[in-house]
Design a protein around this ligand. Sequence first.
Ligand SMILES: Cc1cc2nc3c(=O)[nH]c(=O)nc-3n(C[C@H](O)[C@H](O)[C@H](O)COP(=O)(O)OP(=O)(O)OC[C@H]3O[C@@H](n4cnc5c(N)ncnc54)[C@H](O)[C@@H]3O)c2cc1C
Length: 426
Amino acid sequence: MSTPHEVPLPVVGISGFDAGLSEDELAVQQAVHRFAQDVMRPIGRELDRMPSEEAFLPGSPFWQFHKQIQALGLGPEAMAGLPPDQAARMEGLVFQELAWGDAGLATSFGAGAMPMLMAQASGQQELIDLCEGRLGCWAATQPDRGSDGLILYKPERYPGSKGNKGNLQATFVGDEIIINGQTSAWVSNGAVAQVALLDIVADYGTGFFDAQGSTYGCNIIVPLDLKGISRGKPLEKLGKRALPQGETYFDSVRVPRRFAIATQDDYDIKHAYAWAHAGTAMSHLAAGLSRAAFELALAYVHERKQGGAMLAEHQLTQYRLGGIGMKVEAIKAMARHVAHFTKCAPRPHPYFTASGKAFCNSEMMTVVRESLQLFGGMGLTRELPIEKLLRDAQAMQIEDGENNILQAHYGYLLSQLHLQEGFGRH
Ligand SMILES: Cc1cc2nc3c(=O)[nH]c(=O)nc-3n(C[C@H](O)[C@H](O)[C@H](O)COP(=O)(O)OP(=O)(O)OC[C@H]3O[C@@H](n4cnc5c(N)ncnc54)[C@H](O)[C@@H]3O)c2cc1C
């Protein structure tokens, strides 16, 4: 309590030091926060402890979550009418709160909307209808094509090497596309999704490679109940256990050519758009999970006594809290910054967005580790929620591009901007 002659404490909100939120933004933030607390946290904890083979069966808490979040109307359609800067802010508020609730479920929701997002961008009503009411996935990686799927420029490949064709390909023949192969086991929602945005290599009649050895690509919306499609089991894994992941197999699956929303000529730019969008969400998720870990630690140091006083009363603890807290604010600020640039710049770029994903997520790891450290031994027990956050955070170091790879892509972008545009020379 401050006395009258002291500087009053600042006004802070649910998410910390955020000033200037509009009434609409505050209302959405509060509504999503309540949902995160009342629905996502209990369901996330329950799914975390269930065997993956049971966690995602029809009627499980996973599907209850999706039913309930649908009712909130937070999908791409909710942001569609907003000007870009407002959409960037609103998306940030929503994803941060969702990840504060449970990062695995938040990813399931975000990845689940990817086919709809791209169908809407294509403007094709038939594809929008295909995605309506169906849980989606974004299938880009395959067993032999992980980080390689994120290489946009030939000089980034090992000299003399060709692009990676992976294990899932589309062949365009007349009015049809024939799809063969399999996704990686890591595709978010992959084990249970009902519609997919495929982001894969393609043969348009001249083979899979251009003269420079780079692959041609395509984006296709594919309902996942077609003949020739089968699934692997949901993966048993360390973190983000509330998020179902698993392989999808395609055996000569045929779809009409009009299901392709990006082909030979516009694939690269649409791939970049989809990836930049995903990277933006990943930065906000890191902000939400970081906040969750920090808040748990903040509460614990006000409960635990050592050295004759509450942990919070020791100067060393205050110093540690300050270190964690300022990282949380930096993560939030960086997430907002990349989101704003990605939505509002005349020409955004996924390698810049990737820098945000890498920064926010690696700083998040430090936040979660240092928060857990404040619990001492108690931090390791499954009785408390902090150990789950550490496992979830570890998964996010690899998800949507392994952080070191993303940082290297950003470095390449900076160098090219310097060489080609004079960036940094003035
Ligand atoms: C929680 C989670 C969710 C995911 N969701 C999706 C999804 O929705 N859709 C989807 O398609 N995929 C998804 N993925 C897959 C994810 O995109 C890949 O795991 C990631 O891109 C890394 O690929 P990889 O696992 O094959 O690792 P690899 O590419 O095999 O990398 C292994 C190691 O080698 C390093 N490495 C790779 N290439 C190079 C290089 N050229 N030079 C030097 N070092 C290199 C990497 O940095 C890494 O440390 C998800 C993964 C996780 C963990």
